[in-house]
Ligand binder design. Structure first.
Ligand code: FAD
Length: 381
């Protein structure tokens, strides 16, 4: 495996590093405190090409790859997990479902505006009664003339209120379970389609999360994304890619935790010396560094396999599982290294810890990742 990033990816990394220092780092704490979605900054990321990394250049995107998404998301997560989640879910979920499985007409209508950041994408799989067991969803789409009528609700949907374009999964053949689910693309403002913001999250507080409510929402058949009854199978492919991105987000948070810890432990003194001189703390930081680099290797390996068109489902799960648990551990250590100050909003590490926990839950919990990896291990046995 290549260890060096291609030149184009290093350029993306360095422009985002500069952008985040100026436009994210000084404000992330306030956004978190106020649960404020930073729309203006998201639009600026659109101008940098970060909202359409995987969209082809002829449709207004950057025409890059999964490795580029991982690089971008890590850079943003270094300073703000919430903003990184916005970029991750917009690129990886809603936009990708249209990009990969949409018709030419859907791609032409939605991708240019999604890639520029003028429109934000959301993706609705989870429901109030089903998350890990996603095929147990209750939302239905029933034929009416040449179109469909959708009823049900979707839970915890990122970009749920700020989004403009929503890919929503619904049951079209109840007796077939996961082989009876279809994806539809909905636009904000459709009669019967409403959103309810969810506030008071532990972390990722300035990312937008909402419940989507569908009450007799009528759409034409041209709103169907992909083949009839194929939505769940397509969804599994979208989630595989998404997991690489959540792994990258976790690596960014772990890196932030480490960099803040090194800085703080150089300045803070106890017993007449910098606390960074104590071996107990140095070893914590050595472990953080080792684990986060191992996590990044897993993330980049999964991304490179995906970009090479090779199987990567197990590798994506391993990357997400390991990186998210590394992030939670690293952020916990960072709070410890900051002592009492680490327990306050004065330093960013408590926010990183709250944000990191989501990586163990969203896009498939750690338990589900372990099940996927174990299933591969016992395949054919
Ligand atoms: C901030 C945030 C943003 C999100 N964004 C989106 C989004 O944009 N779109 C979207 O569709 N969803 C989104 N989600 C939903 C997320 O993907 C789900 O919360 C997640 O998949 C877990 O589902 P659940 O909450 O229903 O938990 P459950 O499935 O009820 O799980 C509860 C517990 O049971 C465990 N469990 C369940 N099944 C098994 C099993 N077979 N073996 C072992 N343990 C098991 C789980 O691991 C977990 O510990 C988001 C969630 C959050 C919190």
């Amino acid at each position: 495996m290549e260890f060096d990033l291609p030149e184009s990816h290093r350029a993306l990394q360095s422009s985002l590093r500069d952008f985040c220092e100026r436009r994210v780092k000084p404000y992330a704490r306030e956004w978190d405190k106020d649960e404020k979605f930073p729309m203006e900054v998201v639009r600026e990321l659109g101008q940098l090409g970060v909202m359409g990394i995987l969209v082809s250049e002829d449709l207004g995107g950057a025409g890059m790859d999964a490795l580029a998404v991982a690089v971008a998301v890590e850079e943003i997560a270094r300073f703000d997990g919430s903003l990184a989640l916005t970029v991750a879910s917009h690129n990886g979920l809603g936009t990708s479902h249209v990009r990969v499985f949409g018709s030419d007409a859907q791609r032409a209508r939605y991708l240019p505006k999604l890639a520029s950041g003028e429109w934000l994408g959301a993706w609705g799989l989870t429901e109030p009664g089903s998350g890990s067991d996603a095929a147990g969803m209750r939302t239905t789409a029933v034929r009416k003339g040449n179109g469909w009528v959708l009823n049900g609700s979707k839970m915890f949907i990122t970009q749920g209120t700020v989004g403009d374009v929503f890919v929503v999964l619904a049951v079209t053949a109840p007796e077939k379970r996961q082989k009876g689910i279809t994806a539809f693309v909905l636009e904000k403002g459709l009669p019967g389609f409403s959103q309810r913001a969810i506030h008071g999250k532990l972390g990722m507080r300035s990312s937008d999360t909402a419940e989507l409510i569908l009450e007799n929402v009528e759409v034409p058949d041209s709103a169907r994304v992909g083949e009839l009854n194929h939505g769940f199978i397509d969804t599994l492919k979208i989630l595989d890619r998404g997991r690489i991105t959540i792994g990258a987000l976790a690596v960014g948070l772990a890196r932030g935790a480490l960099e803040e810890s090194v800085r703080y432990s150089r300045e803070r003194t106890a017993f007449g010396q910098a606390i960074g001189e104590f071996q107990g703390l140095r070893w914590m930081m050595a472990d953080m560094k080792t684990e986060l680099e191992a996590a990044r290797l897993l993330v980049h390996r999964a991304a490179r396999l995906a970009d090479a068109g090779q199987p990567y489902s197990k590798e994506a799960s391993m990357a997400k599982l390991f990186a998210s648990e590394v992030a939670t551990r690293a952020c916990g250590k960072a709070v410890q290294i900051h002592g009492g100050y680490g327990y306050t909003r004065e330093f960013p590490v408590e926010r990183y810890l709250r944000d990191a926990k989501l990586c163990e839950i969203g896009e498939g919990t750690s338990e589900i990742q372990r099940s996927i990896i174990a299933k591969e291990l016992f395949k054919g046995a």
